[in-house]
Write a protein that binds this ligand. Structure first.
Ligand SMILES: [Zn+2]
Length: 232
């Protein structure tokens, strides 16, 4: 069916309406209508990009902020898997992990070697061979520190972080990580990613790609109803 073009008189009456409208009021009305949405969208896009930069690959030969924060966090943190070791050995292990995080030229093999040396020199030892335990500590504690670093980085960018329901590491040797993902104009979601290889355990595999938590801009987190669709 052929649609007739709209009647010109409609256009004319709209023109008349706009001509009569005081421009200040018109602009104020428009701004009120779209400003909050525009700001929220812009801010979240910027934050999502920033967080992607923060988690930049180690291959880039620069230390991502997340790793710097993870290293700082490690220095004040008692390693959960090494309770049977004395304070001196724990400090040595923390420093070796932090040094690895803040130096892109250090290889993972170097880190394991350093941890093994410290564990062999420790006055108390666990049942596991030192090299095995070094690998266990390195993989698990780097995962834990990087999760802490990411959540701290998000807080630094002005997001209010809601603690994820589950956080890597979920188990010893967990190599999973969280990534920020813009979920909707008001929310950045934390998505869980496994290493996605044949060694991923049955515990973590179903979490791959799932949202496990979120962060929102501070202004959105503090505003009350009716401007708070986040109270779900
Ligand atoms: Zn895992």
């Amino acid at each position: 069916m052929w649609l007739e073009p709209p009647d010109d008189s409609l256009d004319d009456s709209l023109d008349d309406f706009l001509d009569d409208l005081p421009w200040a009021a018109w602009e104020a009305y428009l701004w009120q209508a779209i400003a909050a949405d525009l700001l929220a969208a812009f801010r979240l896009t910027a934050l999502a990009l920033l967080l992607r930069l923060l988690t930049a690959d180690r291959q880039a030969q620069t230390v991502p902020l997340v790793d710097q924060l993870a290293a700082a966090w490690l220095q004040n943190y008692g390693l959960t898997l090494v309770k049977d070791l004395n304070a001196t050995t724990r400090r040595q292990l923390r420093q070796a992990l932090a040094a690895y995080l803040t130096n892109p030229n250090r290889s993972y093999a170097d880190l394991q070697q350093t941890l093994t040396t410290y564990l062999l020199a420790a006055p108390t030892r666990g049942r596991l061979p030192a090299a095995t335990r070094a690998e266990l500590i390195a993989s698990t504690e780097l995962t834990r520190a990087r999760t802490a670093g990411l959540l701290q980085a998000a807080a630094l960018t002005g997001l209010t972080v809601r603690t994820p329901a589950v956080q890597p590491p979920l188990h010893p040797r967990c190599r999973c990580h969280l990534e920020p993902f813009p979920a909707d104009p008001q929310t950045i979601a934390w998505r869980w990613y496994t290493a996605a290889d044949e060694r991923v355990c049955p515990q973590c595999a179903p979490l791959h790609g799932q949202e496990v938590g979120e962060a929102v801009p501070a202004h959105a987190a503090t505003s009350g109803p009716p401007n708070a669709p986040m109270t779900r």
